[in-house]
Design a protein around this ligand. Sequence first.
Ligand SMILES: *Cc1c(COP(=O)(O)O)cnc(C)c1O
Length: 375
Amino acid sequence: MTAVLPAALPAGLSRMPAPTLQTIPDAVTANVVAIRSATASHIMAVVKADGYGHGAVAVARAAVDAGATWLGVTDAADATELRAASIDVPILAWLNPAGVDAVQVAMDRVDIGVGSVDELRRLVSDAWAPVRVHLHADTGMSRGGCSIDEWPELLRTARDARDRVEVVGIMGHLPRADEADPAANAAAVTRMRHVRDMALRAGLGPVIVHLAATAGALHDPATHFDMVRIGAGLVGIDPSGTTSLHGASRWTAAVVHSTRVNAGAAVGYAGAYVTRHATNLSVIGVGYADGIPRELSSEAGVEIGGRRHPIVGRVSMDQIVVDTGDRVVPHGTIATIFGPDGGEVPSAQDWARWAGTIPHTIVTGIGPRVRRSVA
Ligand SMILES: *Cc1c(COP(=O)(O)O)cnc(C)c1O
């Protein structure tokens, strides 16, 4: 039996809603509440990569309103937009791939993460106002952070430059960030205590000590110290995949074209998929340039009118084709690529599974053609 979905648009109107990623601040709020029930430590809301693709300002605002007391970014330049939005909590920038602009840092009141003697020296020589720094120790990743061997010299350098830098924090990072197993973190926790004690003995402090990200905050109290840095958790991702948080975005796109084909029809580039029966196909105007992964398992699908329909054939740059079976889907009907709803609506986690990746790459990979909105 053929089901015909109601026409989505008045006849003759050719304009359709643009593909849109809608950020859901209430979900961010609920996620901060969930983190707060797991820890008594301060919460730094990490909004790097434009708030994991959800909009740094929208995510930061919701997180601060829900009780986050710090913000974290990779690049100090990201602080400007947060300050312009009248967000007033301390902001830490720990990577600074474009270097540190001393004037901007002073104007935007950004704390800087420093992971080597060399970096600290450069910061001291450039600073024209005292800079607040968090000394970053390598707690087992070999990916940034000062080695234990160099740590005493970093402390000495900081102490000698007291008039130019104020050490307000000591940070590390958990290498097993995707595990819910406290045993995996034990070595990093021991290292963190060690570098903290050395800093205190060197006369630095008081300092705020922070090591854990989302998985540590949710699953291992021994990692919490004074503050936890939460990024993925804000937007509904537990990297260990063991806690269910609230997805903080919904990606929708309209069906731009529908057609009926016979059995044996080749779909898309290279005819990689051939229909087995007569069926209805709908084209949705998002493709790999918009962040739809090109490598997908055959399970991949989108929700249309309350039902999941599979994506068939190759993902193109600008479009995907969905097999809607018996259903005739008028153009203009809205499909949900992913959302927080559950049931027939895929989640970012589903997409990650279909693409053999992690949900972080799905949500941060959505292209600039997709319109952004805030619920
Ligand atoms: C990205 C990042 C975080 C946040 O990690 P999540 O697992 O996304 O919560 C915390 N700390 C540092 C240093 C980071 O780079």
